[in-house]
Design a binder for this molecule. Structure first.
Ligand SMILES: [Zn+2]
Length: 168
């Protein structure tokens, strides 16, 4: 078997993002790899769970900790389709994940490069090696399509309401 590349793993994260898309969640997916194997997966489930902590990375981290019976995810790589937020960056630090790969930047909430540089902050006792823009285009396009769909639906609903009002 040939060694998998970062893009191969990111495709797995994109697959998770697609699962979120299909159920109407903002499409973000993550996987955690240990010794060439996926030990944690997750996709955004904030709406379904009505839980602000149900981000893809949080779910993947929880699953990986269970798999390794440890809160320390040493020797693991996390792949996520969008730049992690403050909460997820905090969890990455607390879980001691040494390496993070992400797809698109998140200019509104990204805490790795966009708004903050939490994973590389020298004041913290854990530093993460960051690789950005891995398959950024498909990750970004999926998000764009998702929000375009939402806007279309909102417009259609508005039009329908207007038409109903005119009939009355
Ligand atoms: Zn997050």
């Amino acid at each position: 078997m040939t060694e998998k590349t970062a893009e191969d793993w990111m495709k797995e994260a994109l697959h998770e993002a697609r699962m979120a898309y299909l159920i109407g969640e903002v499409p973000i997916g993550a996987v955690i790899v240990h010794d060439g194997e996926i030990i944690g997966r997750g996709h955004n489930l904030r709406e379904h769970g009505q839980d602000a902590t149900l981000h893809a990375e949080m779910m993947a981290i929880q699953e990986a900790c269970e798999a390794l019976h440890s809160w320390r995810l040493e020797g693991c790589q996390l792949y996520v389709t969008l730049e992690p937020c403050l909460m997820c960056s905090g969890a990455i630090i607390n879980a001691r994940i040494p390496e993070v790969f992400y797809g698109a930047r998140d200019p509104k909430a990204g805490a790795v490069r966009s708004l903050y540089e939490v994973l590389e902050d020298s004041r913290l006792n854990h530093r993460v090696t960051v690789h950005e823009r891995v398959l950024a285009r498909p990750a970004g396009e999926m998000l764009e399509n998702f929000f375009r769909d939402i806007r279309k639906r909102q417009k259609a609903a508005k039009r329908a309401r207007k038409q109903a009002a005119e009939k009355n």
